[in-house]
Structures are given as C-alpha cells and as structure tokens.
Design a protein around this ligand. Structure first.
Ligand SMILES: Cc1cc2nc3c(=O)[nH]c(=O)nc-3n(C[C@H](O)[C@H](O)[C@H](O)COP(=O)(O)OP(=O)(O)OC[C@H]3O[C@@H](n4cnc5c(N)ncnc54)[C@H](O)[C@@H]3O)c2cc1C
Ligand code: FES
Length: 264
C-alpha cells in the first residue's frame, strides 16, 4: 500500500455545528487510493505530532474530513480556510472496513465516529444506519445515510436512549450481512454483544492516541484476543486457548474484528 505525503489545498470549509468542521481537500493520490476506514495524519503548524482524522468520503480527486475541535491541534485546523494548504500523510491503516467483501451492512456510529461510515455507505449496495449522539445539537451527517435511526441520550431527537434497541430492530430483520461500527468504546461493546447474540460478523474501528501513526513506535497498540487452534491435538480437542496480541491501530487497523477486541 503506497502512502503519500502532499501539501493539499483546502477547497471548502463548512461547520456542521458549533465545534464540528467539514472540509474538502484536493488530494488526487490519496483520494483515488483511499478505502473506507482509512485515515490521514495531518501536520498542524507548530505541532510536532500529526493528528489522525478518518477519511469521511472521497469524490474524484478530493477527500472530505469531518472533525471536532478537541484540543489545540483540531482548534488550529478549524481556523484554516479555502485556499490554505494542509500537509497530509495518507491513506493510512492497512485494514479498513470490508466493503469489498460485503454488499449489505448495518452501520453504527457514535458521535464523531460517524464520518468514516459515510464512506462505507457509498460503497455498499444496501445499508441501514443507527447513529448515537448526546443531544440533538451534536447530531451530524444523519441526512446523508439511508434508512437511518438517530438516537440521543437525552431524547431531544429520535430514539431516546443508546443505539442498542434500534440496532436490535435491524438485526431481527436478518437482512444484513455484517455490522460496521465506529464510536466510543462503551458503544462498540454494546454493538459487539448484539453481534454475538445474533451471530453476525462485526467490524469495529478503534481509536487510540497516536504518535508516529506509521507502525514504528507501538504507542497505539491495543489488546486483542484470538483462539489458538494449535492447542487442539490429534487425539481430540484439549480445549482451545485464548491468546492475546497487541496489534497497532495505526498500521494493523484501524478496523478490527469486533469479537476479538478487548474493551477495557
Ligand atoms: C484512526 C483515528 C481516526 C480519527 N478520526 C477522527 C475523525 O474523523 N474526526 C475527529 O474529530 N476525530 C478523529 N480522531 C480523533 C482525533 O485524532 C483527535 O481528536 C485529535 O488528534 C485531537 O487533537 P488535538 O490537538 O485537538 O487534541 P489534544 O488533546 O491537544 O492532542 C494532543 C495529542 O494527543 C493526540 N490525541 C488526542 N486525542 C486523541 C484521540 N482521541 N485519538 C488519537 N489521538 C489523540 C493528538 O493527536 C495529539 O498528538 C481520530 C483518531 C484516530 C486514532
Ligand atoms: S502510533 Fe506509532 S505505532 Fe501506531
């Protein structure tokens, strides 16, 4: 997988709410090779460490980034205007969502975990979407998905409560092959529990603090469990052993089998 580092021009900059920015940048090489779930690492002037932001979608030679102001870096990015240049490294992450393997999926997004799912929706023949936010004011991108159920913690929009019940409603139809999810860990845990209950594959995009963003520093390692089939002998099963590994979110992910993820 080729990674490009390019100064790219910002084409447009809009705000989706008080703190969430929506920018399109002209970056032919990254846009034409990016896959759903991958991200870019952005150099913020005056800061040593780049900031990872998911690719929300691509259109021809342009790519869309939707990000929330959290700290100094994202606040500085939020001040950039059309015509300004961004130093972007990408597309990063060797494993994105498997939109080339499945044609239908339930997409589950929580808060600022919603943007990368738009890229999935564009690639799938059929999708249903469940999006969870704290309040109506935080809702973003809901109008850009098919068959969407919005949930808010305070009931100010859509379903009052978390994504569990609406997700279960879609699961009961049996009409989808996989769940693809991105959002906070407690939400991902709920999604994985329901995927286990309904025996459906689940892919989750994980977020860890990153330093190098390129697989070198191990700063973003996350815990995964796998079943060691080798421990089954020729004389019959002696029981399988759960083994633990620590893949790097930046290089080996950011998307993983949800049933292997350890959410702690
Ligand atoms: C794979 C991936 C994709 C992401 N996609 C998006 C997205 O599409 N939209 C969006 O709004 N946010 C996204 N994030 C989170 C985003 O990277 C952080 O909010 C951002 O780096 C915070 O930087 P800051 O300077 O504003 O905050 P500060 O807290 O000042 O950052 C200090 C340092 O911590 C790192 N850091 C802080 N919070 C995070 C975090 N949650 N994840 C990773 N590194 C962090 C920063 O990169 C920086 O190096 C993503 C994170 C990852 C790992
Ligand atoms: S951030 Fe350095 S290995 Fe992932």
């Amino acid at each position: 997988m080729e990674i490009f580092q390019k100064p790219c021009s910002i084409i447009s900059h809009a705000k989706l709410n008080e703190t969430v920015h929506d920018i399109w940048v002209y970056s032919p090489k990254i846009a034409l090779s990016a896959k759903p779930g991958q991200f870019v690492n952005i150099l913020v002037p005056g800061h040593f460490l780049r900031r990872p932001i998911s690719i929300c979608e691509t259109l021809g030679e342009t790519l869309r980034l939707v990000f929330e102001e959290r700290g100094e870096g994202t606040k500085a990015l939020g001040k950039l205007m059309p015509g300004d240049e961004l130093d972007i490294l990408g597309p990063l992450g060797e494993n994105g969502f498997s939109t080339d393997k499945y044609s239908s999926a339930i997409l589950v997004g929580g808060g600022i975990g919603t943007p990368p799912l738009k890229f999935c929706k564009n690639k799938l023949a059929k999708s249903a979407t469940v999006l969870g936010f704290r309040t109506d004011k935080q809702v973003i991108l809901a109008g850009e998905f098919f068959n969407v159920q919005v949930c808010t913690d305070d009931g100010s929009r859509g379903h009052h409560g978390n994504i569990g019940k609406p997700l279960e409603k879609f699961l009961k139809t049996g009409a989808y092959e996989v769940i693809m999810a991105c959002g906070p860990k407690p939400m991902l845990k709920t999604v994985v529990n329901l995927a286990e209950k309904y025996n459906i594959p689940v892919e989750v995009s994980l977020e860890e603090r990153m330093a190098c963003g390129a697989g070198a520093c191990l700063g973003c390692a996350c815990k995964m469990k796998t079943v060691d089939r080798q421990s089954e002998s020729n004389f019959g099963s002696i029981g399988s052993t759960a083994i633990v590994s620590y893949p790097r979110v930046c290089k080996d992910g950011p998307v993983f089998d949800g049933k292997a993820a350890v959410f702690c």
